[in-house]
Design a protein around this ligand. Structure first.
Ligand SMILES: C[S@@+](CC[C@H](N)C(=O)[O-])C[C@H]1O[C@@H](n2cnc3c(N)ncnc32)[C@H](O)[C@@H]1O
Length: 287
């Protein structure tokens, strides 16, 4: 393959369709034609790093067997939106708190309490869920097994998540009490998540559009926000149906507000309230 030092030119409409189809097939992410510049700039940036100036040649490389998949995992990191924050949608996190307190008060805890953060980006969401769970168990003076699994398609996001190390500005959405209890300040003014939370959270790469190949146990809480919005309606529905199958009886699924307005499932009922979009699995349902 001949690489050159010439800068890549503009993506043609045909090439845009080819690249966006590949992205959608492999991640579910659907791009609109307005996002052509975004796609072009990210693909071109990666091509410049490789010294390649021909989109077709690079396309062949990315779609060429196992080496192609390795290059794809670099490119996909550039094409996904990884914006996130601690307690990004506090009402949803507070819903989890009430749900868990209720389970504790009604003595409805199983052997373990399992939470899944789907599309967890750089970890702020699963660590926020861990803070909520730890608060509830500490308040009830209980020490059961509980764990949070964060999955994402992006390796670089997961690497960041595993370090559990954040800049000071990332802590802005947190209350002072949450910071003092759950973070350790480092000498260089960064903040590391406390070990007692880190021990509860594990991360693993997973593509939610291949959900059936993910080896996960049944969950008490499935939390998936700001991910389904990138997918077509039929794909959102299929993924939500698969989430429903992964819930324990009485488990809860929480998605972003308005991310699947008209979705329903025979084993789930929508929780009351307009601030949170949550669905509870029937307790008696045999699975
Ligand atoms: C906008 S962030 C949302 C992060 C977090 N859930 C929140 O609400 O703050 C979307 C995340 O979904 C991930 N993602 C995109 N497509 C995915 C897929 N097919 N499977 C799993 N994760 C995916 C991206 O890498 C990114 O980290």
């Amino acid at each position: 393959m001949v690489w050159s030092l010439q800068a890549p030119s503009d993506l043609s409409d045909h090439q845009f369709v080819q690249w966006s189809k590949l992205l959608e097939e492999r991640t579910g992410i659907q791009l609109s034609s307005q996002q052509k510049t975004l796609l072009q700039s990210q693909v071109a940036r990666r091509m410049r790093e490789l010294g390649c100036s021909d989109y077709n040649q690079y396309f062949e490389q990315v779609t060429d067997g196992l080496p192609g998949l390795m290059e794809w995992s670099v490119l996909v990191d550039r094409l996904t939106v990884k914006e996130t924050s601690f307690f990004r949608h506090r009402p949803s996190l507070e819903y989890v708190r009430r749900y868990l307190q209720n389970r504790i008060n009604n003595r409805k805890l199983d052997k373990s309490f399992d939470i899944w953060s789907v599309g967890c980006a750089s970890g702020e969401e699963p660590y926020s869920l861990a803070m909520v769970a730890n608060d509830c168990f500490e308040l009830a003076a209980l020490d059961p097994y509980y764990g949070i699994t964060g999955t994402d398609i992006s390796q670089s996001a997961l690497e960041q998540a595993r370090t559990a190390d954040y800049a000071k500005r990332k802590l802005e959405p947190l209350y002072p009490d949450e910071i003092s209890r759950y973070f350790k300040r480092t000498d260089d003014e960064r903040f590391v998540v406390a070990e007692k939370l880190r021990d509860r959270v594990c991360f693993s790469q997973g593509n939610v559009t291949r959900i059936n190949s993910m080896p996960l146990v049944k969950m008490d809480v499935i939390f998936c926000q700001n991910l389904l919005v990138y997918f077509r309606r039929w794909l959102r529905r299929d993924i939500l149906n698969a989430f429903a199958d992964r819930l324990k009886p009485g488990g809860v699924l929480i998605i972003g507000l308005g991310e699947a307005a008209d979705w329903e499932h025979p084993s789930l009922r929508r929780a009351m309230g307009t601030e949170v979009q949550a669905y509870i699995r029937d307790e008696r349902q045999e699975q």
